[in-house]
Design a protein around this ligand. Structure first.
Ligand code: MG
Length: 203
């Protein structure tokens, strides 16, 4: 299985990092080893002094496909989950400055946090999914799928031009504004609506 992540999919987030607004979906990969084993805390890696949280809605692919047309993309997923795309912001900035790929900053072990449960899309209004991240009990990110630059079906269609999508592949669909640094001892909780989906302890 592969993990595909969309970058700069919320205008306010692209702007908070001083990035331009993409004209097409911007994506990158994480290896499957980025998935945190269930129930494990997240350990801040020794190579970074600035690990950021990024709360994101996650689509799980449930049918193999390539060159998927946008109008049929909805047939390729049935559930939505929640994840955190942990990012070594210091390393990412350095890579960007040098024009190098970001993988080192994005694909390290534990960098892909994922909810245990996924919600059936029939229970959601896909164009109005609110989600949020709490850091030590305070809301730090508040997002809604209506603010996505590229919506689920567009993303699936676009990615499938380049990569065959397979059952179990995860697509992290981008983070809203409010990203920030984690510290040892932090507790992160992610919600879709009022439903707690995800809890991560930082060590
Ligand atoms: Mg992200």
């Amino acid at each position: 299985m592969k993990i595909i992540c969309i970058g700069r999919n919320y205008i306010k987030h692209a702007k908070e990092l001083g990035n331009s607004i993409p004209e097409e979906p911007l994506f990158f990969l994480k290896p499957d080893t980025a998935i945190q084993p269930k129930g494990h805390p997240f350990f801040i890696p020794e190579f970074s002094d600035n690990i950021h949280y990024e709360i994101e809605l996650v689509v799980r692919i449930n049918k193999t496909g390539k060159h998927i047309e946008e109008q049929f993309a909805h047939k390729y997923y049935s559930k939505i989950g929640l994840g955190i795309d942990f990012t070594a912001r210091d390393i990412q900035q350095e890579c960007k400055k040098k024009g190098l790929p970001w993988e080192k900053a994005k694909g390290f072990d534990g960098s892909a946090q994922i909810s245990r449960t996924f919600i059936d899309k029939s229970e959601l209004d896909l164009y109005n999914i609110s989600f949020k991240l709490e850091l030590n009990g305070e809301i730090v990110q508040n997002g809604n799928s209506k603010n996505m630059l590229f919506h689920f079906d567009k993303i699936i269609s676009y990615i499938s031009k380049f990569y065959t999508l397979k059952i179990g592949d995860l697509i992290y669909t981008g983070t809203p504004e409010g990203v920030g640094k984690v510290q040892v001892g932090d507790i992160l909780k992610g919600y879709i609506g009022e439903k707690e989906m995800l809890m991560v302890e930082v060590k």
